[in-house]
Design a protein around this ligand. Sequence first.
Ligand code: ARG
Length: 581
Amino acid sequence: MLPAVLLLLLLPSPDPRTAHGHPLYTRLPPSTLQVLSAQGTQVLQAAQRSAQWAVMSLATKIQHKLHECQGCANDATRPGHLRHLASFLQDSSESGPCGERRPAAANVTRAQGRIVGGSAAPPGAWPWLVRLRLGRQPLCGGVLVAASWVLTAAHCFVGASNELLWTVALAEGPRGEQAEEVPVNRILPHPKFDPQTFHNDLALVQLWTPVSPAGPARPVCLPRGPREPPAGTPCTIAGWGALFEDGPEAEALREARVPLLSEDTCKRALGPGLRPNTMLCAGYLAGGVDSCQGDSGGPLTCAQPGPHPREVLFGVTSWGDGCGEPGKPGVYTRVAVFQDWLREQMSAAAAATREPSCRELLAWAAPAEPPADAAAPPGLCAFYARRCPRAADRACARLAHQQCLQRRGRCELRSLAHTLLGLLRGAQDLLGPRPGLRRRAPAPARPARALREPPGPSHSGRRAARDTSPKQSPEQRGDTKDCPGVKALQQKLAALQRLHAWILQVPTEHLAMNFHEVLADLGSKTLTGLFRAWVRAGLGDRHVVFPGLVGLEPATLARSLPRLLVQALQAFRSSLGAPSR
Ligand code: ARG
């Protein structure tokens, strides 16, 4: 049931301008403009993230190639920004700092309460803790173990393995700064996960874009070697799970301190369900302190003492017999025994052998025809051409390309279903937000110019977002003559940068879409019940005005808004200098 008051607020009110006593135009009210702006901003952020990812991953690929070619390039010749981002992309928590808590957070937090019953964790206390959402529904916890990788429980994905539906909400900052939400690129459940027994309950989730080194999210340390701390060691669990069995989920993050228990104690307490080779248990036999439903996939970390104390991930929340029941400690997947699998999956070598993910294929503008040079099919379809026996086998290359496009088509269908659901949800939100739904605050509106004024983009004072704006780097310059395949990649990189330049050049802090005005012509109702309208919107210091169609009743209004968003995106794209395709 839609709240009638809200509907009234969202519906347009007649414009004061009249001719012969009749209103000529009507404006959409500020509440609707705000909803449009908030959704537009999210679309822009997603577009920038995927553009950055596409450019950076290609740049990294070129660097790898250059590395392979003796004397082609070395670290010293690479620009610092690319070196930094590339190493970040390479993704091993070993390559950078891990498990460091902010001193303030570490001091404030004295985890002694319970997740069951619990003590709230201060903002930013666990920078590696993430939340996995299916659609908008938070379902599991997860742990950031490298810039692009989250470790979680495999059982979170039972019946929901479509990665296009999942997103990861990263840790918020110490002052409660908004958590970033990143789409999932790939889900890798442990191949031996058994949904009946929860044996090997572990999955790696690859993020679509790596976490920003400037943001609050940080990876935890993975154990080195098979040894775990001895029984009795106090470790920490954290999550947003239920406060008691079958109880409500916590509104805020909670943490608890639980001691590791010995294998014997665990076996005695939990019976044959406990497989000590891949599961450990922790908690109090007296009960009362435990993880619970919704905490799955979250961390069990133990502090490694020393001059630089670090938190090391020894367990991933997996299952329990009730929550906090006496004699029933919680069960956690033993991370230390999976180290080899984890490192292998996150390695660049494994990445090179994987079939492209749906998200990668969808982000890629596929050429309709296979490339002329069968030896080096560009982009992701190269994976399918690997089976071709000879490099110059045109027929095989064509077949491989076909296979690739077919898979892309299947991905498109999956994504279309997802998009439609998203639009429906958007419409639903617009007409009546559900309780408990957090929406990003709309960006503050900028001073409006008159609607009829032509859009006059100002170019002054703009800085490029991150380091992915089009500029010449060794990856693009012709200083790589003896490195086969690099030239084609360089051309592709340049094309990619041109294609995405419109969004890459917008500084991240300006990445907010503001719908200033939607002015509908009341005398222009179309057969589909929509009205012709002029839309005025801003992005950073750019302003665009474009014609659109808008509904003025609840159902038609909801139907027309997604299209306005797309049109605004297109308008900015052309105004910010997209190449014509
Ligand atoms: N399986 C639960 C989840 O999906 C986690 C249960 C943990 N239970 C416990 N008593 N420690 O969230």
